[in-house]
Design a protein around this ligand. Structure first.
Ligand code: GLC
Length: 650
């Protein structure tokens, strides 16, 4: 982009007005601002164009960036510098995360500060706190309906508690991730309340219509997100007598980013979070932030422009904070959240590896790796410098969102295959070991997603009911194999709380009217700290799982080859029950081999020779033993749901 002198003079004038000394101590900010301002201008104008309103808001936007930087503490600026010294800090193999609901995990933020040693023991050094800002009880969507972006919900404590937690975490070299719910607010947010009361300014913050003319046009192409519990995309508001866009639940009002003021306000909130010391900001539901009649209103180019604009602004004011785009969309679409063309690796730094997560569940049910392999040419397109959140479970459902052609490529019928997976995990197949449930079944399309905890979907709940040791053992093997598979793929692994101990489904949500309509609550457990005391007792299921996860994390932290160098190669599928990938960097290699079937599987030793430079021995970090690489017509024998982490050695 050619620098625009007029623009630079304009920004200099604002800086002078703000008394920012560009030569002196704010030099790094000044440099960042000037080197990004052309992109910021270009992206802003692409959406908002010129004109009095847009120009006025533009000046305010630059002021927001300046204030965002001025409000950043010295300590956080130093932390930004330290991160920059590490190169791209979040590609490291030393990160291992956990995602948790503060209240369900341990009550509140100050209790969480007392629990940091629990994470240390496990090796977890990155925490994703599920939404903690104010959200009305009963109409909160697990905190994703925010009524105040600046006030911690009283249930969790207050801002001081969060700051103390962050301070203690940073002392222990831990990282913090929280959400910005960008797409909507609760209808109890003050903007929504003012809009309800008839204030025109705030009605322009949302999509509000007097009649059904435009809502009908939107509805024609927009899919239902929660077809069972919240069908349709608009809700009639009796107070202001208008139709309001509510893509998620009726209490979540969609923000209208056509209004530059909405963008500026939300950017201000983003920088507020940055200055609380957030290391990774999870941008909730970014696919939805731009709506257009005649389209699905998901993944639109303008949504990407807005995300790029956010990224460039954050790079200026809070360069140490990375962005995660929570886009749970088709594989090709996910990739676009990392940025394209001149913005490659300049949009979101992280995305969820949602396709691979779902494909792991596909492999586990079918014992067949072919659909997963058919998807890899797309997944591997991720640009260098960006990374994945790898996971097996999170607070949401599992969507089988990969493309039909991937299933066809594996020689299967997409409709039948998806039907099988849904029946397998919801337990509709009588001999399925899994105990989950269908989430958001759409009778119009036949689509459904899957709820259930890692342990229950892997068969532990049923095995315990049957009191069958063999099945218990098998389900533990599955749990560990699923986790191991995702830990070494490259990216930051995030464990969902409770899964480190094998928590099965919790059905108590059915007794709570604020939750019973949403079966995702079955896999959001309330932690029982008596049970959690069993972490060290390997005679218990909890102890076995905890210690094994601990070991996997420590293996990961010791092997720099598994940092995200974009260095993953899938092994030739000699045996389609086995998913094998090679991580290779400099002169280091690690073969990660997983048997997704309930039968013993055999892998030719040739698999370890075909990438050249082969060594006669393989050290298994998981089993802590050495194998000699045999003849090509001989095999590595892998037990049902077993896995190996093998490093070639002389
Ligand atoms: C994201 C969250 C999900 C929530 C939705 C609406 O997808 O992960 O839990 O329901 O956004 O905010």
């Amino acid at each position: 982009m050619t620098p625009n002198k007029g623009l630079h003079d304009y920004v200099n004038a604002i800086l002078t007005k703000k008394k920012i000394d560009k030569i002196d101590k704010d030099n790094s900010f000044y440099t960042r601002l000037m080197s990004n301002i052309d992109s910021i201008d270009h992206l802003y104008r692409e959406i908002y164009g010129h004109g009095d309103a847009a120009d006025n808001m533009y000046e305010q936007l630059i002021n927001t960036l300046i204030e965002g930087y001025q409000n950043r503490s010295k300590e956080l600026k130093e932390r930004d510098d330290k991160k920059a010294e590490k190169g791209i800090w979040f590609l490291s193999n030393e990160l291992a995360g956990m995602s948790l609901y503060v209240d369900r995990f341990c009550g509140n933020l100050s209790n969480l500060t007392q629990k940091l040693n629990y994470f240390e023991k496990l090796g977890v050094n990155f925490l994703h706190l599920m939404p903690i800002f104010e959200s009305p009880e009963g109409e909160s969507d697990g905190g994703y309906a925010v009524s105040n972006f600046r006030k911690i919900d009283e249930r969790f404590g207050n801002l001081e508690d969060l700051l103390l937690l962050r301070k203690k975490m940073q002392e222990k070299e831990m990282y913090l991730m929280i959400d910005i719910v960008l797409n909507h607010t609760s209808y109890h947010h003050e903007w929504a309340k003012k809009a309800k009361a008839g204030d025109k300014k705030y009605q322009d913050y949302y999509y509000m219509y007097d009649d059904r003319w435009l809502p009908n046009q939107f509805d024609e192409k927009m899919p239902d997100i929660f077809p069972e519990s919240a069908p349709g995309n608009f809700t009639y508001d009796e107070d202001c007598k208008k139709w309001v866009m509510t893509v998620f639940h009726k209490y979540q009002w969609d923000l209208n980013y056509r209004n530059p003021e909405v963008f500026r306000e939300m950017l201000d909130n983003i920088l507020f979070y940055a200055n609380l010391g957030v290391d990774v900001l999870r941008i909730d539901a970014p696919a939805f932030i731009w709506k257009e009649t005649g389209t699905s209103s998901q993944n639109l180019p303008q949504a990407h422009t807005l995300l790029r604009l956010i990224k460039q602004c954050v790079m200026v004011s809070a360069p140490g904070m990375a962005l995660l785009g929570e886009a749970i969309v088709a594989p090709k679409e996910i990739m676009r959240y990392f940025g394209t063309e001149s913005f490659t690796a300049k949009e979101c730094d992280f995305a969820y590896n949602a396709t691979h997560m779902a494909l792991q569940w596909d492999m586990l049910a079918s014992g067949d790796t072919r659909v997963m392999l058919a998807a890899q040419h797309e997944i591997l397109q991720k640009p260098f410098g960006t990374t994945w959140i790898n996971y097996t479970r999170c607070h949401d459902d599992i969507g089988l969102g990969y493309d039909d052609y991937m299933i066809e490529h594996a020689g299967k019928n997409p409709f039948e295959h998806r039907k099988f997976l849904k029946e397998y995990y919801s337990g509709a197949i009588w001999d399925s070991p899994a105990k989950g449930a269908l989430f958001s079944s759409n009778p119009k399309t036949g689509d459904a997603r899957i709820s259930g905890s890692l342990a229950s979907l892997c068969g532990l709940e049923k095995a315990l009911e049957l009191n069958n040791d063999y099945y218990i053992d098998l389900s533990i093997k599955k749990i560990l194999m699923m986790q191991a598979h995702s830990f070494f793929l490259g990216g930051v692994p995030i464990i969902f709380y409770g899964d480190e101990l094998g928590y099965t489904n919790d059905y108590s949500y059915l007794n709570d009217t604020g939750k019973s309509y949403d079966n995702r609550w079955m896999h959001r457990p309330i932690i029982n700290w008596e049970k959690n005391k069993r972490t060290d007792d390997t005679n218990t299921i909890e102890g076995i799982i905890f210690q094994s996860i601990r070991k996997l994390i420590s293996i990961r932290k010791n092997l720099s080859v598994v940092a995200d160098h974009k260095n993953l190669t899938w092994l030739t599928p000699y045996n389609h029950h086995i998913a094998g990938y090679l991580r290779a960097y400099d002169d280091k290699k690690l073969y990660c081999i997983f048997n997704f079937s309930d039968q013993t599987a055999y892998l030719t030793w040739y698999a370890f020779k075909e990438h050249g430079n082969y060594k006669p021995l393989l050290y298994d970090y998981w089993k802590e033993k050495e194998f000699s690489v045999g003849l090509d017509n001989d095999y590595l024998v892998i037990e049902p749901y077993g896995f190996h982490l093998l490093e070639p050695r002389d």
